[in-house]
Design a protein around this ligand. Structure first.
Ligand code: ATP
Ligand code: MG
Length: 366
């Protein structure tokens, strides 16, 4: 291995259910890919989620948040499970995740949707439509209608009960998410589609105006705009037309789930959440899968691909990221499949064995 020239500290948050199993595998892959590229990691494992509740009494202990803040990147497994479903709100594992996102001030959520050629049959779409899909949704995560004020319940003039929310975006909030999206498109295929409802909503009119203004900083990226109703349709009709999509909190919530279903394989999908500075948060989009926890059945590829996003978007280490991405393709090409993506004619492996195969492939990449 090369002599380490760079070193980074990584906070690992294994969490609950299959979290510890997939994190253990992804940690080894990250460490090995790094060592082959002259990168050294120090890992610190911290409690989070339901396991932290049981151990310490809160879903996000203070020491966990401060360790995360001080590190260069955070890799999270999954949190939650039936065991804590009846807990009060402040004692839910999911509350810890919201606190972690807020604490790290990660306002940009990146969710790639990649239809791997080897898994194209898992897609909910026709083969011709699904083949070759490789898109990224960049969702604004800390503003918009989920946070805007005023909000609440009231009664109107006639005494009827009403519920209301407000969509608010300030220029600086749009500018910073737009910059993350342009940077992302630049690292990908150079095309950005901004999704809004600027024909109806003032918050969207401002959104479009600011995204268009920021575009002048990125002349190498091709910008287009699309209304959200059309975007929802186009994602199903012809998803290949998209490279990077940038959109607000609520549209991104809906479109990123819609896009993920194109792949049909939840065990394959990573995510990244980035702030202006400080560490990013990287995690698979799947949950803690309590039904298969502790059985070595979990697909670790979503977490391994999250580790690749950590390298690419969190640390700017694109070579090491590419090694991991290629290793995943290689293992799929060789026919290795965990249960969730298994089909006849392939080799069924567990979480650990999939990890071993990825390690072998990481080494043979150049
Ligand atoms: P959450 O509320 O935490 O999102 P959920 O119940 O909505 O949880 P998951 O925990 O993701 O969703 O599980 C949904 C289904 O997908 C389960 O049957 C689970 O076993 C399966 N699953 C999820 N992740 C994986 C994985 N990495 N490998 C294999 N199967 C998985
Ligand atoms: Mg869920």
């Amino acid at each position: 291995a090369a002599t380490p020239s760079k070193s980074y500290s990584i906070t690992l948050l294994p969490g609950d259910g299959i979290g510890p199993e997939v994190i253990s595998v992804a940690k080894n892959v990250l460490n090995f890919a790094g060592s082959l590229e002259g990168i050294e990691f120090s890992f610190q494992e911290m409690p989070m989620g339901g396991s932290a509740l049981d151990l310490i009494g809160v879903p996000l202990p203070e020491e966990t948040l401060s360790a995360a803040k001080q590190s260069d990147a955070v890799l999270l497994g999954a949190i939650g499970g039936y065991k804590w479903d009846r807990n009060e709100k402040h004692l839910k594992p999911e509350t810890g995740l919201l606190q972690l996102r807020a604490g790290l001030e990660v306002f940009a959520n990146l969710r790639p949707t990649t239809v791997f050629p080897q898994l194209v049959d898992a897609s909910t779409l026709k083969k011709e439509v699904a083949e070759g899909v490789d898109l990224m949704v960049v969702r604004e995560l800390t503003g918009g209608i989920y946070f805007g004020k005023p909000r609440g319940f009231d009664t109107d003039d006639t005494g009827e009960e009403i519920g209301y929310n407000t969509e608010v975006y300030a220029s600086h909030e749009v500018d910073r998410i737009a910059r993350v999206a342009f940077e992302t498109a630049r690292k990908r295929y150079g095309k950005l589609c901004s999704v809004d409802k600027a024909n109806v909503l003032e918050a969207s009119m401002l959104w479009r105006k600011r995204v268009t203004a920021i575009a002048t900083e990125y002349p190498d990226v091709e910008l287009s705009h699309m209304y959200v109703d059309n975007a929802a349709m186009q994602l199903i009709r012809d998803p290949k037309q998209f490279d990077t999509i940038v959109t607000n909190n609520i549209f991104g919530d809906i479109l990123s789930d819609e896009a993920s279903m194109i792949t049909g394989s939840i065990g394959m999908l990573p995510s990244a959440s980035l702030g202006a500075k400080g560490p990013g948060l990287f995690e698979p989009i799947h949950g803690s899968a309590p039904d298969i926890a502790g059985q070595d059945k979990a697909n670790p590829l979503a977490t391994i691909l999250s580790a690749a996003m950590l390298l690419k978007y969190g640390l700017g280490e694109e070579n090491a990221a590419k090694r991991i991405e290629n290793a995943v393709l290689d293992a799929l090409n060789k026919g290795f499949r965990t249960g969730d993506i298994f089909s006849a004619g392939n080799k069924l492996v567990g979480c650990k064995e999939m990890g071993e195969e990825i390690l072998k492939s990481v080494e043979s990449q150049v």
